[in-house]
Design a protein around this ligand. Structure first.
Ligand code: SAM
Length: 239
């Protein structure tokens, strides 16, 4: 049975401010103190970020394009987007994540000083859950966050993100496929200490239906699979 969304969200927030922050900062980082599974997830996630950047660049330069990175984590996507010249707004429900993303951005986006290349614009960082985001962006991107939303909350979340975007919305999510459902089931039967939050899988048909409902359609799709990391990546545009 699915839990009540409200309390779910508080649990997720607490997790990503504490244990989850430590765990995911390590996975998304570069240090060697990761186990085999974490290293594999790091690799899969890096591919998702890379494929997202490729999807974006296929449509043209990101110079001056406004982008909202919703659920930005430690800034794995926001920082390369800023390097491409995008005007980025990076938000996350976790204050720890936002602080880490800001710290890393300051380290990695130090001015180029060659006087030739355009200076990257420092992203705007804000602690905010997806539901309280407002404004308009050319592009809204939300990677690996839907896993924290039960299907009953996912439609509204997708609809809200689409309402903030004028041109495109990019989402990644863990697909509800037979093999992965089985893995998740096994994970639930033998919960490890790091499994502090529930994970929700989504079928691509459900995501597509939620987009259609608000007048959007999927233009590009891809998938990323490693041993322990599975993601579908979709780019949606207004119909
Ligand atoms: N998008 C980042 C990336 O791909 O590197 C981070 C992915 S991480 C698995 C999930 C992130 O979603 C966490 O940083 C978490 O705090 C954030 N998150 C979860 N629920 C959220 C919500 N309702 N609103 C905003 N952020 C949320």
């Amino acid at each position: 049975a699915e839990e009540v969304g409200g309390s779910d969200k508080e649990v997720v927030k607490d997790y990503f401010n504490n244990d989850g922050f430590q765990r995911w900062k390590k996975i998304y980082g570069e240090t060697d103190d990761v186990n085999k599974v974490q290293r594999d997830i790091r690799l899969g996630h890096a591919k998702t970020v890379e494929n997202t950047l490729q999807m974006l660049k296929d449509e043209g330069s990101l110079q001056g394009v406004t982008i909202c990175d919703a659920g930005c984590g430690t800034g794995s996507l926001s920082i390369p987007l800023a390097k491409e010249g995008a005007i980025v707004c990076s938000t996350d429900i976790s204050a720890s994540m936002v602080a880490e993303a800001e710290k890393q951005a300051k380290e990695q986006l130090a001015s180029s000083k060659d006087g030739v290349s355009a200076e990257p614009v420092m992203p705007k960082f804000e602690v905010k859950d997806l539901e309280s985001l407002d404004g308009k962006y050319n592009t809204v991107i939300c990677l690996d966050v839907l896993i924290h939303y039960p299907q009953s909350k996912a439609d509204a979340m997708i609809g809200h993100l689409a309402s903030l975007a004028t041109n495109r919305l990019i989402l990644s999510f863990a697909p509800k496929t037979f093999y992965y459902s089985l893995l998740k089931r096994v994970g639930e039967l033998f919960p490890g200490p790091s499994k502090a939050t529930r994970a929700y899988l989504h079928s691509e048909a459900d995501v597509e239906r939620a987009l259609r409902k608000v007048g959007w359609k999927i233009r590009k799709r891809g998938s990323i699979t490693t041993q322990f990391y599975f993601a579908r990546l979709v780019e949606a545009v207004p119909l």
